[in-house]
Ligand binder design. Structure first.
Ligand code: NAP
Length: 238
């Protein structure tokens, strides 16, 4: 049994459900963040252990505030909830699709993190993991030889939101370093989930990508902060 408590947002499916499952298997109490009660309860049943439902829509200010009220102690926050509206290139994309994407993938992370900071600050070893994407690496995107170089269907809104999330991760780590926080971003790799139906190429097991997030969630005190890592633990360029 592990005395730590974790919250995983968007934990009713895909990589988030696997992160919650692996943390529950490690003996932690895990809040399964879900915006839909039915989908959330189903995930809690599947995960078992000390998993419990926390209703949470990361784009809804009241929902975030209500959720934060219900959690008395928290050591680990995994900002996993994410979405992709479309795969339009920047030349094709609408401002609306950028706004909707950023609402969840960036502003949702900021809102949830700030709402849970008071309770995280009471932890002896607070950890925050932001689910980014290798496609959000500007270095790799600018490399014409890299598989994430520009191509039709490059999902400019999604990739921009993950690049911005990387920036937020760094600034969160810097502003929370004095309080003992470890804040890192992870790229889980291309995984077979609801989200990546729009992504091209072959997709792997969500559990493998989840393990990379869990490693960062359980970092020891001498672990890194303010970094961007692949699911296998190797550092990625911003
Ligand atoms: P997924 O199965 O679609 O899971 C996304 C989760 O986020 C779902 O539980 C979804 O809930 C939830 N969510 C979306 N909007 C939300 C909101 N406003 N409030 C609360 N929850 C919300 O996709 P996934 O692939 O596991 O994605 C998990 C994370 O990994 C995302 O941040 C994604 O960008 C990242 N990622 C995925 C891949 C990949 O290849 N799959 C690659 C790189 C990064 P509903 O079921 O209610 O929609």
């Amino acid at each position: 049994m592990n005395e730590s408590t974790a919250l995983v947002t968007g934990a009713n499916s895909g990589i988030g459900k696997e992160i919650a499952r692996q943390l529950a298997d490690a003996g932690l109490t895990v809040y399964v963040g879900a915006r839909d009660a039915g989908r959330g309860e189903q995930a809690v049943r599947e995960i078992g252990g000390r998993a419990r439902l926390l209703l949470l829509d990361v784009t809804d200010e009241k929902s975030v505030a209500d959720a934060a009220q219900q959690v008395e102690s928290l050591d680990i926050l995994v900002n996993n909830a994410g979405m992709m509206v479309d795969d339009a290139t920047a030349a094709e994309a609408s401002v609306d699709s950028f706004r909707r994407t950023f609402e969840t993938n960036l502003f949702g992370v900021l809102a949830v993190t700030n709402a849970f900071l008071p309770v995280l600050r009471r932890s002896a070893a607070p950890r925050i993991v932001n689910l980014s994407s290798g496609t959000g690496s500007l270095t790799q995107s600018a490399d014409s030889g890299h598989r994430f170089a520009f191509a039709p269907g490059s999902a400019a809104a999604y990739r921009s939101s993950k690049a911005a999330l990387n920036a937020l991760t760094l600034f969160q780590a810097q502003s929370l370093a004095d309080a003992g926080f470890k804040v890192n971003a992870v790229a889980p790799g291309l995984r077979a989930t609801n989200l990546n139906a729009l992504a091209a190429g072959s997709a792997g097991d969500p559990a493998e990508g989840a393990a990379g997030a869990v490693r960062l969630a359980l970092l020891p005190d001498d672990g890194p902060t303010g970094g961007f890592f692949s699911w296998d633990g190797s550092p990625l360029p911003w």
